[in-house]
Design a protein around this ligand. Structure first.
Ligand code: UDP
Ligand code: MG
Length: 325
Protein backbone atom coordinates (compact mmCIF):
# COMPACT_ATOMS: atom_id res chain seq x y z
CA UNK A 1 0.00 0.00 0.00
CA UNK A 2 1.35 3.41 -0.95
CA UNK A 3 1.66 6.04 1.75
CA UNK A 4 2.04 9.78 1.24
CA UNK A 5 4.90 10.03 3.67
CA UNK A 6 6.88 6.82 3.22
CA UNK A 7 9.84 5.69 5.30
CA UNK A 8 12.86 5.80 2.98
CA UNK A 9 16.08 3.85 3.47
CA UNK A 10 18.98 4.84 1.25
CA UNK A 11 21.18 1.76 0.90
CA UNK A 12 24.85 2.40 0.14
CA UNK A 13 27.31 -0.46 -0.41
CA UNK A 14 30.86 0.57 0.51
CA UNK A 15 34.09 -1.23 -0.24
CA UNK A 16 37.26 0.60 0.78
CA UNK A 17 35.49 3.94 0.52
CA UNK A 18 37.24 5.85 3.33
CA UNK A 19 38.12 8.71 0.96
CA UNK A 20 34.64 9.13 -0.50
CA UNK A 21 32.38 8.24 2.42
CA UNK A 22 32.60 11.38 4.65
CA UNK A 23 31.78 13.66 1.73
CA UNK A 24 29.09 11.35 0.36
CA UNK A 25 27.53 11.09 3.79
CA UNK A 26 27.26 14.81 4.32
CA UNK A 27 25.53 15.24 0.95
CA UNK A 28 23.14 12.32 1.55
CA UNK A 29 22.34 13.41 5.11
CA UNK A 30 21.58 16.93 3.90
CA UNK A 31 19.22 15.59 1.25
CA UNK A 32 17.50 13.29 3.73
CA UNK A 33 16.96 16.15 6.19
CA UNK A 34 15.56 18.36 3.43
CA UNK A 35 13.14 15.68 2.29
CA UNK A 36 12.01 15.02 5.86
CA UNK A 37 11.47 18.71 6.53
CA UNK A 38 9.37 18.97 3.35
CA UNK A 39 7.25 16.04 4.58
CA UNK A 40 8.09 14.18 1.42
CA UNK A 41 9.39 11.22 3.47
CA UNK A 42 8.83 10.08 7.04
CA UNK A 43 10.87 11.05 10.08
CA UNK A 44 12.01 7.44 10.50
CA UNK A 45 13.91 7.48 7.17
CA UNK A 46 17.57 6.49 7.36
CA UNK A 47 20.87 6.03 5.55
CA UNK A 48 22.02 2.42 5.59
CA UNK A 49 25.70 1.81 4.87
CA UNK A 50 26.88 -1.71 4.09
CA UNK A 51 30.57 -2.28 4.63
CA UNK A 52 31.51 -5.00 2.15
CA UNK A 53 34.52 -6.33 4.08
CA UNK A 54 36.61 -3.19 3.59
CA UNK A 55 40.28 -3.30 4.52
CA UNK A 56 40.52 0.40 5.27
CA UNK A 57 38.75 2.62 7.82
CA UNK A 58 35.32 2.46 6.16
CA UNK A 59 33.66 0.61 9.04
CA UNK A 60 35.18 2.91 11.66
CA UNK A 61 33.73 5.85 9.74
CA UNK A 62 30.28 4.19 9.57
CA UNK A 63 30.37 3.47 13.33
CA UNK A 64 31.27 7.07 14.01
CA UNK A 65 28.47 8.37 11.77
CA UNK A 66 25.96 6.03 13.45
CA UNK A 67 27.08 7.21 16.90
CA UNK A 68 26.64 10.84 15.88
CA UNK A 69 23.25 10.52 14.20
CA UNK A 70 20.15 8.42 14.68
CA UNK A 71 19.63 8.70 10.94
CA UNK A 72 22.51 6.32 10.19
CA UNK A 73 22.56 2.54 10.45
CA UNK A 74 25.29 0.18 9.30
CA UNK A 75 25.78 -3.45 8.37
CA UNK A 76 29.26 -4.95 8.20
CA UNK A 77 29.83 -8.04 6.07
CA UNK A 78 32.43 -10.44 7.43
CA UNK A 79 34.42 -10.44 4.21
CA UNK A 80 34.34 -8.88 0.77
CA UNK A 81 31.34 -10.46 -0.97
CA UNK A 82 30.99 -8.23 -4.00
CA UNK A 83 28.84 -5.24 -4.85
CA UNK A 84 25.69 -7.22 -5.74
CA UNK A 85 25.76 -9.29 -2.56
CA UNK A 86 26.47 -6.21 -0.44
CA UNK A 87 23.46 -4.56 -2.03
CA UNK A 88 21.27 -7.59 -1.27
CA UNK A 89 22.48 -7.57 2.34
CA UNK A 90 21.56 -3.90 2.65
CA UNK A 91 18.15 -4.31 1.04
CA UNK A 92 17.27 -7.31 3.18
CA UNK A 93 18.33 -5.43 6.35
CA UNK A 94 16.22 -2.45 5.29
CA UNK A 95 13.07 -4.10 3.98
CA UNK A 96 11.23 -4.68 7.23
CA UNK A 97 11.88 -1.13 8.48
CA UNK A 98 10.82 0.93 5.49
CA UNK A 99 8.31 1.52 2.71
CA UNK A 100 10.87 2.34 0.03
CA UNK A 101 14.59 1.89 -0.57
CA UNK A 102 16.94 3.75 -2.86
CA UNK A 103 20.21 2.01 -3.67
CA UNK A 104 23.17 4.16 -4.67
CA UNK A 105 26.96 3.76 -4.95
CA UNK A 106 29.11 5.33 -2.26
CA UNK A 107 31.04 7.48 -4.73
CA UNK A 108 27.84 9.42 -5.58
CA UNK A 109 28.56 9.33 -9.31
CA UNK A 110 24.80 9.19 -9.63
CA UNK A 111 23.00 12.46 -9.09
CA UNK A 112 21.28 12.32 -5.69
CA UNK A 113 19.09 15.28 -6.59
CA UNK A 114 16.75 13.02 -8.56
CA UNK A 115 15.84 11.01 -5.43
CA UNK A 116 12.89 13.35 -4.67
CA UNK A 117 11.68 12.74 -8.24
CA UNK A 118 11.94 8.99 -7.68
CA UNK A 119 9.85 9.31 -4.52
CA UNK A 120 7.26 11.34 -6.44
CA UNK A 121 7.00 8.56 -9.05
CA UNK A 122 6.54 6.05 -6.22
CA UNK A 123 3.70 8.12 -4.83
CA UNK A 124 2.11 8.11 -8.29
CA UNK A 125 1.99 4.33 -8.18
CA UNK A 126 5.36 2.97 -9.36
CA UNK A 127 7.04 0.19 -7.41
CA UNK A 128 10.39 0.53 -9.12
CA UNK A 129 11.99 3.71 -10.44
CA UNK A 130 15.21 3.35 -12.42
CA UNK A 131 17.86 6.03 -12.38
CA UNK A 132 19.09 6.22 -15.97
CA UNK A 133 22.10 8.28 -16.98
CA UNK A 134 21.63 10.51 -19.99
CA UNK A 135 25.11 10.16 -21.39
CA UNK A 136 28.50 8.77 -20.50
CA UNK A 137 30.65 11.86 -20.95
CA UNK A 138 32.49 11.41 -17.66
CA UNK A 139 33.41 7.76 -18.33
CA UNK A 140 36.62 6.85 -20.08
CA UNK A 141 36.42 5.94 -23.77
CA UNK A 142 37.17 2.33 -22.82
CA UNK A 143 34.40 2.07 -20.23
CA UNK A 144 31.94 3.74 -22.59
CA UNK A 145 32.70 1.45 -25.51
CA UNK A 146 32.72 -1.76 -23.47
CA UNK A 147 29.46 -0.75 -21.79
CA UNK A 148 27.79 -0.06 -25.17
CA UNK A 149 29.02 -3.39 -26.53
CA UNK A 150 27.68 -5.12 -23.44
CA UNK A 151 24.21 -3.60 -23.75
CA UNK A 152 24.15 -4.45 -27.47
CA UNK A 153 25.07 -8.05 -26.70
CA UNK A 154 22.46 -8.27 -23.94
CA UNK A 155 19.79 -6.97 -26.31
CA UNK A 156 20.79 -9.51 -28.95
CA UNK A 157 20.69 -12.29 -26.37
CA UNK A 158 17.20 -11.27 -25.34
CA UNK A 159 18.09 -10.28 -21.77
CA UNK A 160 15.90 -7.41 -20.64
CA UNK A 161 17.99 -4.68 -19.06
CA UNK A 162 17.47 -0.95 -18.89
CA UNK A 163 20.22 0.63 -20.92
CA UNK A 164 22.53 2.96 -18.97
CA UNK A 165 20.93 2.01 -15.69
CA UNK A 166 23.27 0.62 -13.06
CA UNK A 167 22.09 -0.09 -9.53
CA UNK A 168 20.71 3.34 -8.76
CA UNK A 169 17.01 2.74 -8.26
CA UNK A 170 14.06 3.14 -5.96
CA UNK A 171 12.20 0.00 -4.94
CA UNK A 172 9.10 -0.34 -2.81
CA UNK A 173 9.37 -2.78 0.07
CA UNK A 174 7.20 -5.32 -1.74
CA UNK A 175 9.47 -5.12 -4.79
CA UNK A 176 12.50 -5.67 -2.54
CA UNK A 177 10.72 -8.60 -0.92
CA UNK A 178 10.10 -10.08 -4.37
CA UNK A 179 13.75 -9.54 -5.30
CA UNK A 180 14.89 -11.29 -2.12
CA UNK A 181 12.92 -14.36 -3.25
CA UNK A 182 15.49 -14.79 -6.02
CA UNK A 183 17.91 -17.04 -4.19
CA UNK A 184 20.52 -17.47 -6.92
CA UNK A 185 24.23 -17.05 -6.15
CA UNK A 186 25.31 -15.45 -9.45
CA UNK A 187 23.59 -12.18 -8.90
CA UNK A 188 22.82 -9.70 -11.64
CA UNK A 189 20.25 -7.62 -9.81
CA UNK A 190 19.49 -5.21 -12.63
CA UNK A 191 18.41 -8.15 -14.81
CA UNK A 192 16.11 -9.57 -12.13
CA UNK A 193 14.44 -6.27 -11.27
CA UNK A 194 13.01 -5.88 -14.78
CA UNK A 195 11.42 -9.33 -14.41
CA UNK A 196 9.50 -8.58 -11.22
CA UNK A 197 6.60 -7.25 -13.24
CA UNK A 198 5.62 -4.31 -11.07
CA UNK A 199 4.95 -0.89 -12.50
CA UNK A 200 8.24 0.86 -13.31
CA UNK A 201 9.41 4.24 -14.49
CA UNK A 202 12.70 6.01 -15.20
CA UNK A 203 14.25 9.28 -14.10
CA UNK A 204 17.18 10.73 -16.04
CA UNK A 205 20.34 12.39 -14.75
CA UNK A 206 23.90 13.27 -15.71
CA UNK A 207 26.52 11.02 -14.19
CA UNK A 208 29.52 12.76 -12.72
CA UNK A 209 33.01 11.54 -11.92
CA UNK A 210 33.83 9.69 -8.69
CA UNK A 211 34.13 12.16 -5.76
CA UNK A 212 37.17 10.47 -4.24
CA UNK A 213 39.08 7.21 -4.23
CA UNK A 214 39.30 4.93 -7.24
CA UNK A 215 36.96 2.51 -8.99
CA UNK A 216 36.39 -0.76 -7.15
CA UNK A 217 35.39 -2.40 -10.42
CA UNK A 218 38.62 -3.31 -12.18
CA UNK A 219 38.40 -4.80 -15.67
CA UNK A 220 38.42 -8.38 -14.40
CA UNK A 221 35.44 -7.80 -12.09
CA UNK A 222 33.60 -6.06 -14.93
CA UNK A 223 34.11 -9.02 -17.28
CA UNK A 224 32.96 -11.48 -14.60
CA UNK A 225 29.92 -9.35 -13.96
CA UNK A 226 29.07 -9.23 -17.68
CA UNK A 227 29.44 -13.03 -17.93
CA UNK A 228 27.13 -13.45 -14.93
CA UNK A 229 24.60 -11.17 -16.56
CA UNK A 230 24.58 -13.18 -19.77
CA UNK A 231 24.73 -16.72 -18.40
CA UNK A 232 22.14 -16.08 -15.68
CA UNK A 233 19.51 -14.90 -18.12
CA UNK A 234 20.09 -16.33 -21.56
CA UNK A 235 20.24 -19.81 -23.10
CA UNK A 236 21.11 -18.32 -26.48
CA UNK A 237 24.82 -19.27 -26.25
CA UNK A 238 23.82 -22.96 -25.96
CA UNK A 239 21.36 -22.64 -28.83
CA UNK A 240 24.16 -21.05 -30.82
CA UNK A 241 26.32 -24.17 -30.36
CA UNK A 242 23.41 -26.27 -31.60
CA UNK A 243 22.87 -23.96 -34.60
CA UNK A 244 26.58 -24.15 -35.50
CA UNK A 245 26.28 -27.96 -35.33
CA UNK A 246 23.40 -27.88 -37.80
CA UNK A 247 25.39 -25.59 -40.12
CA UNK A 248 28.31 -28.04 -39.90
CA UNK A 249 25.95 -30.89 -40.79
CA UNK A 250 24.79 -28.99 -43.89
CA UNK A 251 28.41 -28.37 -44.87
CA UNK A 252 29.09 -32.09 -44.30
CA UNK A 253 26.26 -33.01 -46.70
CA UNK A 254 27.57 -30.57 -49.33
CA UNK A 255 31.04 -32.06 -48.85
CA UNK A 256 29.53 -35.53 -49.32
CA UNK A 257 28.15 -34.52 -52.72
CA UNK A 258 31.42 -32.82 -53.64
CA UNK A 259 33.51 -35.84 -52.58
CA UNK A 260 31.24 -38.26 -54.49
CA UNK A 261 31.55 -36.12 -57.65
CA UNK A 262 35.31 -35.93 -57.27
CA UNK A 263 35.49 -39.67 -56.66
CA UNK A 264 33.50 -40.59 -59.76
CA UNK A 265 35.43 -38.11 -61.87
CA UNK A 266 38.59 -39.82 -60.68
CA UNK A 267 39.97 -36.71 -58.98
CA UNK A 268 39.85 -38.04 -55.41
CA UNK A 269 43.22 -38.97 -53.95
CA UNK A 270 43.02 -42.25 -52.06
CA UNK A 271 42.19 -41.70 -48.34
CA UNK A 272 41.01 -38.10 -48.81
CA UNK A 273 37.21 -38.78 -49.06
CA UNK A 274 37.03 -40.71 -45.81
CA UNK A 275 39.13 -38.19 -43.87
CA UNK A 276 37.37 -35.08 -45.11
CA UNK A 277 33.89 -36.55 -44.59
CA UNK A 278 34.80 -37.81 -41.10
CA UNK A 279 36.01 -34.34 -40.09
CA UNK A 280 32.77 -32.61 -41.09
CA UNK A 281 30.34 -35.27 -39.91
CA UNK A 282 32.06 -35.93 -36.57
CA UNK A 283 32.40 -32.16 -36.00
CA UNK A 284 28.69 -31.67 -36.72
CA UNK A 285 27.56 -34.51 -34.45
CA UNK A 286 29.80 -33.39 -31.58
CA UNK A 287 28.40 -29.86 -31.76
CA UNK A 288 24.80 -31.02 -32.04
CA UNK A 289 25.39 -33.40 -29.11
CA UNK A 290 26.85 -30.55 -27.04
CA UNK A 291 23.87 -28.38 -27.92
CA UNK A 292 21.43 -31.08 -26.78
CA UNK A 293 23.32 -31.66 -23.52
CA UNK A 294 23.49 -27.89 -23.10
CA UNK A 295 19.69 -27.66 -23.26
CA UNK A 296 19.40 -30.15 -20.41
CA UNK A 297 22.13 -28.45 -18.38
CA UNK A 298 20.26 -25.20 -18.98
CA UNK A 299 17.07 -26.79 -17.61
CA UNK A 300 18.92 -28.04 -14.52
CA UNK A 301 20.38 -24.56 -14.07
CA UNK A 302 16.92 -23.01 -14.19
CA UNK A 303 15.67 -25.52 -11.62
CA UNK A 304 18.52 -25.01 -9.16
CA UNK A 305 18.16 -21.26 -9.34
CA UNK A 306 14.75 -21.90 -7.84
CA UNK A 307 13.35 -18.57 -8.95
CA UNK A 308 9.82 -17.65 -7.95
CA UNK A 309 7.32 -18.64 -10.61
CA UNK A 310 5.15 -15.54 -10.35
CA UNK A 311 4.64 -12.40 -8.44
CA UNK A 312 1.17 -11.31 -7.34
CA UNK A 313 0.38 -7.66 -7.94
CA UNK A 314 -3.01 -7.23 -6.25
CA UNK A 315 -5.98 -9.35 -5.28
CA UNK A 316 -9.62 -8.49 -5.08
CA UNK A 317 -12.60 -9.95 -3.27
CA UNK A 318 -10.70 -11.77 -0.53
CA UNK A 319 -11.13 -10.91 3.14
CA UNK A 320 -10.45 -7.14 3.33
CA UNK A 321 -7.30 -7.30 5.46
CA UNK A 322 -5.69 -9.90 3.20
CA UNK A 323 -6.92 -8.25 0.03
CA UNK A 324 -4.96 -5.09 0.74
CA UNK A 325 -1.64 -6.91 0.75
N1 UDP B 1 31.56 -2.17 -4.08
C1 UDP B 1 31.29 -3.13 -3.11
N2 UDP B 1 31.98 -4.32 -3.15
C2 UDP B 1 32.91 -4.59 -4.12
C3 UDP B 1 33.14 -3.61 -5.13
C4 UDP B 1 32.44 -2.42 -5.09
O1 UDP B 1 30.46 -2.94 -2.23
O2 UDP B 1 33.50 -5.68 -4.09
C5 UDP B 1 30.80 -0.90 -4.04
C6 UDP B 1 31.65 0.36 -4.05
O3 UDP B 1 32.05 0.74 -2.75
C7 UDP B 1 30.71 1.37 -4.66
C8 UDP B 1 29.88 0.53 -5.63
O4 UDP B 1 30.04 -0.84 -5.21
O5 UDP B 1 29.83 1.93 -3.71
C9 UDP B 1 30.29 0.67 -7.07
O6 UDP B 1 31.67 0.57 -7.22
P1 UDP B 1 32.53 1.59 -8.08
O7 UDP B 1 31.99 2.97 -7.92
O8 UDP B 1 33.97 1.42 -7.72
O9 UDP B 1 32.27 1.04 -9.56
P2 UDP B 1 32.29 1.90 -10.91
O10 UDP B 1 31.40 3.08 -10.69
O11 UDP B 1 33.70 2.27 -11.15
O12 UDP B 1 31.73 0.93 -11.93
MG1 MG C 1 31.44 4.39 -9.23
Amino acid sequence: MKTDCPVLYIVVPCFNEQEALPQSHSRLAKLLDEMISQDSIAQASKLLYVDDGSRDDTWAIIEKLAAESDKVVGVKLACNSGHQNALMAGLSAAVSHCDITVSIDADLQDDINVIPQMVERYKKGCDIVFGVRKERKTDTWFKRTTANMFYGLMRWLGVSTIENHADYRLMSSRAVQALLDYKERNLFIRGIVTKLGYKTDCVYYDRSARIAGESKYPFKKMVNFAIDGITSFSVKPVRLVFAVGVVFLLIALIMLIYVLCAYFMGRAVSGWPSIILSIWFVGAFVLIGLGIIGEYVGKIYTEVKNRPRYNVDTTVGFDKTEGDA
